[in-house]
Design a protein around this ligand. Structure first.
Ligand code: ZN
Length: 244
């Protein structure tokens, strides 16, 4: 089976459409897994929720998804994110809101646990260091865990001694899934933060136990002009150009 792993779309429809096109060009997938934050920051929340819903992914909720439907406190978001979140809530239909509301915080499939932030704190914790990743290995039962939230393509590997190592997840080589447990972040579709502004996602091939990261150029200017039109905060507009 082939699975597309997408995360942190953040209402960036142009980026999502480009990623779906890239997946088609690579022969398509059998199923989609979505690690949350479909909405927030970007200009097209309703269109993105509808498109994701049509993909029928195995999905989990992100903090922005639940904040937009009142299941996560706006006081826990930074002020800019909270402002956009209030605007986002006004754009969503009842059907969109029900979809976001009913997303679980954790999902399991085969050898994988899916969460947005971390297995320990699915809606809150950012996995940015080996020390926090190391602690998190005891919070999920499966060999592998997929996370989003930090928008940084990354791989945390548990060593034989119970320690943890980190490497950025690059698109140049495939990641072979072996005996070592891993926490893997496929990066962000709609708001990359690793200095590469291209959309980021991954494809898992479960027959050969391989995950490959892909970066996709998309029309950043289109998303930016839609954000300006909606009066969304300018720092959010400009960061898309630099991927930070
Ligand atoms: Zn996010």
């Amino acid at each position: 089976m082939r699975y597309a792993i997408i995360s942190d779309i953040h209402a960036n429809l142009a980026a999502l459409v480009a990623v779906l096109g890239d997946i088609e060009r690579r022969g398509g997938v059998d199923d989609f897994w979505c690690l949350g934050d479909i909405v927030g920051y970007g200009p097209d929340p309703a269109q993105c929720v509808e498109l994701v819903r049509c993909l029928r992914p195995l999905g989990v909720a992100g903090n922005h998804d639940w904040a937009a439907v009142g299941k996560f406190s706006l006081t826990e978001l930074n002020p800019v994110a909270a402002t956009v979140c209030r605007w986002t809530a006004q754009q969503l239909t009842m059907r969109d809101k029900l979809y976001l509301e009913n997303l679980p915080s954790v999902a399991y499939k085969d050898n994988f646990t899916l969460v947005h932030g971390s297995p320990r704190e699915p809606l809150r914790e950012y996995l940015l260091s080996v020390s926090s990743a190391k602690q998190n290995f005891s919070y999920f039962p499966s060999p592998f865990c997929l996370v989003g939230h930090s928008h940084l393509p990354s791989i945390f590997t548990q060593t034989e001694t119970g320690d943890c190592s980190f490497s950025p997840f690059s698109d140049s080589v495939g990641l072979a899934l072996g005996k070592k447990r891993m926490i893997i972040n496929p990066g962000s579709v709609g708001q990359p933060r690793d200095g590469d502004p291209r959309a980021s996602y991954a494809i898992l091939d479960s027959e050969i136990n391989m995950i490959r990261l892909h970066r996709v150029a998309y029309n950043i200017g289109l998303t930016q002009s839609r954000m300006v039109k909606q009066n969304l905060p300018l720092p959010l507009v400009s960061r898309l150009s630099s991927g930070t």
